[in-house]
Write a protein that binds this ligand. Structure first.
Ligand code: FAD
Length: 307
């Protein structure tokens, strides 16, 4: 179908203010990489997401979901089809010991809201820079806590545009994995069940975790957090450090000197620089220690020379 026809049809099903054409994605990713999206839509209502997904399904147009862009590298060739940013679905509602939030709310804000209501269980998330949707997709976790410990259910949309509610069990949450990834679902909303706690104790725990994070992570540079998953019996950062790869640079991206598990964009680096550095680190670690490093960060989009 012609680009203008798709635009007209999209404008017939959702408000035209939420549609952007040929939108540069670099501005939406923590790594500051990425080409253009053909159609970039930021729905403000759950029904919009359903309509767009259903439209894409019936017209065989690929759809990509974007949260806060903190665990993603988008290639310079950009993304064909429709990119849906969930960030405008950012409501946070509290009742008794439960918090229900839109998938675009920052998990840091949900964690702070829990603290403000003296609810404990989400302190682990106080420094994770993702959205609720991205956190469910990844089963985000830190310092011994993870989404799986406190999520009650998630409201999702399948690839046909149908609403489905998945309980904690249905979500198949595992180390940096979930059914949302496996079945290409989109999360619209998540509910968390927390425990009554003491506001001061919660704040103290959050302060401690923030201090640990700030002292160990290169938060002053663009990055995507830990690039690799934890290999069984090892720590990715320790292996990379022992392989003396800290400071190794390809193009504008280097293995952080502060935290070997991070790769930082120090000088206008590209997604290609990231990919090349990731492959290089995987190769060296495999050769030196016979350990395979699997990526935690998602890499999507087309290579610059694909077209
Ligand atoms: C400095 C830094 C520190 C970090 N620390 C941690 C940490 O301690 N623990 C941890 O687990 N992670 C950490 N991360 C990684 C990242 O913040 C998490 O993985 C987070 O959950 C990603 O959420 P996001 O909204 O940014 O997702 P994005 O990066 O936007 O997307 C990641 C994936 O989720 C999918 N996605 C996003 N939203 C939705 C949705 N609503 N429905 C369906 N799919 C969706 C995307 O398609 C993509 O495949 C860190 C990252 C940085 C930059």
């Amino acid at each position: 179908m012609h680009k203008d026809d798709i635009l007209k049809e999209l404008e017939a099903i959702v408000p035209k203010e939420i549609i952007k054409i040929d939108e540069p994605l670099k501005r939406y990713t923590y790594t500051e990489t990425g080409g253009q999206a053909d159609y970039y839509l930021s729905p403000t209502k759950n029904e919009h997401v359903q309509s767009i997904v259903h439209y894409a399904y019936t017209n065989d147009i690929p759809v990509t979901y974007l949260g806060n862009g903190s665990n993603i590298i988008i290639r310079e060739g950009g993304i064909r089809g429709i990119v849906i940013s969930l960030l405008s679905l950012d409501y946070i509602d509290v009742s008794d010991d439960a918090i229900i939030s839109g998938s675009g709310a920052a998990i840091i804000d949900v964690s702070r809201t829990a603290r403000d209501h003296a609810l404990t269980g989400l302190e682990f998330a106080c420094g994770i820079p993702g959205s609720i949707g991205g956190a469910v997709f990844m089963n985000a976790g830190a310092y011994g806590g993870e989404v799986k410990d406190c999520i009650d259910y998630a409201l999702c949309v399948n690839d046909k545009g149908e609403l489905i509610t998945l309980t904690n069990n249905d979500l198949e949450l595992d180390y940096r994995n979930s059914i949302v990834q496996k079945e290409h679902l989109v999360v619209l909303e998540a509910a968390f069940t927390l425990m009554p706690g003491n506001k001061q104790d919660i704040q103290e725990k959050m302060d401690d975790l923030t201090e640990r994070r700030e002292s160990k992570q290169p938060l002053e540079y663009p990055s995507c957090g830990s690039v690799f998953q934890r290999p069984p019996g090892h720590f990715a950062g320790k292996l990379i450090q022992d392989a003396e790869l800290q400071g190794h640079r390809i193009g504008g991206v280097e293995v952080s000197k502060k935290h070997a598990g991070f790769m930082v964009n120090v000088d206008n680096g590209s997604a290609t620089d990231y990919e090349d550095l990731i492959h290089y680190v995987q190769k060296v670690v495999q050769e030196k220690f016979d350990v395979e490093l699997h990526r935690e960060v998602r890499i999507i989009g087309e290579h610059p020379n694909d077209n």
